[in-house]
Ligand binder design. Structure first.
Ligand code: PMP
Length: 284
């Protein structure tokens, strides 16, 4: 059984309790982060902390804990669960209060929950095989840059892709790909240029995206941040996605059209390898 963290306590998962009045439960009034763990160490913890602070700020949500305290909680969870490889999920909500659209008083304590998930990240069958993607209309709200727990639409989109025999969905707004259901989306053009949607309120500013683009630039690969259509993606020589849990994951098919050779491409494979090596070195 896992040891989880709830509001100051490390407890067995079956003893963890959250109020039914919690605004995360009633209003999806909460934000989250997922940090990967390699060899018992946290990958890009500072990046995840920075984005968490931004999400909290955009929603005027207060969290008492400092970054150092959050780091300590993460490390204690890794130790208490002997986590070698996997994920740490963190969620902050605006706390519990009688149900009302109006926010509760500022002194209402936030809810802070963290738990671990064991997951093989490096040896990934999906990364070896390559993903089959189906495109789905992006029906999310217009503040996808805030990492909120309102994940119903991405979940529906992924289920739609699964029901069609795919692995994941890429979301399309006004004819242009925004991102994957839980990852950022990329294509590689004939001349080797990597294209990914530019940062805006329509996509999550991926922590893995930032690190992978830095790896690409260090490898002298050309990167262009701009929107692309599904049609352009179908004509690309390669495609891939990035996320904290999937690292760099090749895409081999979009809406039934084979991408490039139909096998994981060299750009995605190289970036996966270099990203993992860099993160192993820098993990804390
Ligand atoms: N976009 C969306 C919509 C996501 O949910 C995620 C992962 N939570 C990402 C992109 C990738 O972000 P990161 O690299 O920080 O995991």
């Amino acid at each position: 059984m896992r040891t989880v963290y709830v509001n100051g306590e490390f407890i067995p998962e079956d003893e963890a309790k959250i109020s039914i009045f919690d605004r995360g439960f009633l209003f999806a009034d909460g934000v989250y982060e997922v940090t990967s763990v390699l060899e018992g160490k946290l990958v890009d913890f500072q990046g995840h902390c920075g984005r968490l602070r931004r999400s909290l700020g955009e929603l005027n949500m207060a969290l008492g804990a400092t970054d150092d305290e959050l780091l300590d909680i993460h490390r204690q969870l890794v130790a208490q669960n002997n986590l070698e490889e996997g994920l740490i999920y963190l969620q902050v909500t605006r706390g519990a209060a009688d149900r009302d659209f109006v926010f509760p008083p500022d002194d209402t304590p936030a809810t802070l929950v963290l738990f671990t998930q064991v997951k093989g990240l490096i040896d990934s069958a999906l990364a070896n095989r390559g993903q089959k993607i189906f495109t789905v209309e992006d029906q999310r709200w217009s503040r996808c840059d805030i990492k909120t727990v309102q994940l119903l639409f991405p979940s529906l989109a992924k289920m739609e892709a699964r029901s069609r025999g795919g692995d994941d969905a890429w979301l399309v707004r006004d004819g242009l790909v925004t991102e994957g259901s839980s990852n950022n989306a990329y294509i590689v053009l004939e001349d080797g240029t990597i294209v990914t949607r530019d940062l805006s309120n329509f996509i999550l500013h991926g922590i893995t995206r930032r690190a992978v683009l830095e790896c690409a630039r260090n490898l002298q690969m050309k990167v262009v941040e701009r929107p692309f259509t599904v049609e352009e993606a179908m004509g690309a020589v390669e495609a891939f996605s990035t996320s904290a849990s999937g690292f760099v994951c090749p895409v081999i098919e979009i809406d039934g059209t084979r991408i490039g050779t139909g096998e994981p491409g060299p750009t995605a494979q190289k970036l996966r390898e270099v990203y993992i090596a860099e993160m192993r070195k820098a993990a804390i």
